[in-house]
Design a protein around this ligand. Structure first.
Ligand SMILES: [Zn+2]
Length: 390
């Protein structure tokens, strides 16, 4: 690995942020058509003792503002007592998209496919370079907050390159129940920063254009858990009831056009061969069921109940020890944060019981006697097999 160009994490605009101090900084990334500077606001907090530097970024996709709510919560959290190191908080990375309520930049480029960027490239590439030099270039670790793409929602999950010890440490300590293995797409912030020596964890949860209370709570808890792991705060971590390392995922796609009835919500677990959704015509006839090709957990799903062939319906992550997870989950009280986030996310989709015939299907008969829509499509099993993944 090449030696990284590092900038001192406590010096901004040529001035030092002293131990125990916080500072608001404006990072210029571009200029408007009228020649006015376009800055990204950054909040820097320095602990009393030396320690690692970690960044938390949000809205790298300009419409994914759940993370912006998280960062704002971290800024004003009076209980967050940073004892060591430096915390860099960036509420909105893609200010261009954010100003237009859009995922992309005005030139339709995806900023999260432009890292590490270049000085002479496109608007996206130049913006990426500033972020890479000024934020990643000052950090030892990073957490990048995302949501599902438009018309979808995600149950809170983290994604990291588990072959990288630092990224694995971040993922495990964050404390999400669902952890997904993956380096991320080419030229994404996560992949490029981790490759350059600054391990980055991706957090995916909820929907675009919203700040969802239980998502914010899960993310704030996760960031604090990581800060404790890095010995930057003293507040003890909140342990998750279980943690699943998901190595195989699949988007279950519609085979017919029509109206969807969901039989699972975000975060639900489903046994192989059991129905996850039914597609029927607008009068409720000619129904066709989608079944789970393996024992799995619903990582994400569409929130739009109208569908057509090939459209993604449910993003399922494979679970190997289903019985154990079922046992733990059945014991969780309704007031548990895991159950609260499950209930909150289920409120944006209508989940119904499958019909008696559908419910009686078991894995055996479903796989031998009738076609399984989900299993019939042979495609690469990876987190990024859909182009608009988070
Ligand atoms: Zn995203």
């Amino acid at each position: 690995m090449k030696k990284r160009k590092r900038k001192p994490s406590s010096i901004w605009d040529g001035e030092e942020v002293l131990p125990g101090e916080s500072r608001r900084v404006q990072l210029n990334v571009s200029e408007s058509y009228s020649g006015v500077n376009i800055p990204i606001p950054v909040y820097v907090r320095r602990g009393l003792r030396d320690g690692p530097t970690i960044f938390v970024t949000a809205a790298l996709h300009g419409d994914e503002i759940n993370g912006t709510g998280v960062v704002r919560e971290l800024i004003r959290d009076g209980t967050l007592n940073l004892t060591a190191g430096v915390l860099i908080l960036v509420p909105v990375v893609n200010v261009f998209g954010f100003d237009r309520h859009m995922r992309y930049l005005p030139d339709r480029r995806d900023l999260n496919r432009c890292f590490p960027g270049s000085e002479r490239g496109s608007l996206a590439s130049r913006t990426a370079r500033v972020i890479f030099e000024e934020i990643i270039g000052r950090s030892d670790f990073g957490i990048d907050l995302h949501t599902a793409a438009a018309r979808r929602t995600n149950f809170p999950n983290v994604r990291a390159d588990f072959r990288n010890a630092g990224a694995k440490r971040l993922a495990e300590s964050f404390g999400c129940e669902l952890m997904m293995v993956g380096r991320g797409p080419d030229r994404s912030l996560r992949r490029e920063a981790t490759g350059a020596g600054c391990p980055v964890l991706l957090f995916e949860a909820g929907e675009i254009w919203k700040v969802e209370p239980s998502i914010v709570a899960a993310a704030v808890r996760g960031v604090k858990n990581v800060l404790f792991e890095l010995k930057m705060i003293d507040e003890p971590p909140v342990e998750p009831p279980y943690q699943l390392l998901i190595e195989r995922t699949k988007w279950i796609r519609a085979e017919r056009g029509g109206f969807l009835e969901f039989h699972v919500g975000p975060g639900d677990i489903v046994l192989r061969g059991k129905p996850i959704a039914t597609i029927s015509d607008l009068l409720g006839e000619d129904s066709h069921s989608l079944v789970a090709p393996f024992d799995g957990v619903v990582i994400g799903m569409t929130t739009l109940p109208a569908t057509s062939p090939g459209e993604p319906v449910v993003h399922l992550g494979e679970i190997e020890k289903m019985k154990r997870i079922e046992r733990i989950r059945n014991k969780l009280p309704e007031s548990h944060p895991h159950e609260r986030v499950t209930a909150d996310l289920a409120s944006s989709v209508m989940v119904t019981e499958p019909s008696v015939e559908e419910a009686e299907q078991d894995g055996e008969s479903a796989s031998t006697d009738q076609p399984i829509d989900g299993a019939a499509t042979q495609e690469a099993l990876s987190e990024d097999n859909d182009s608009r993944t988070g």
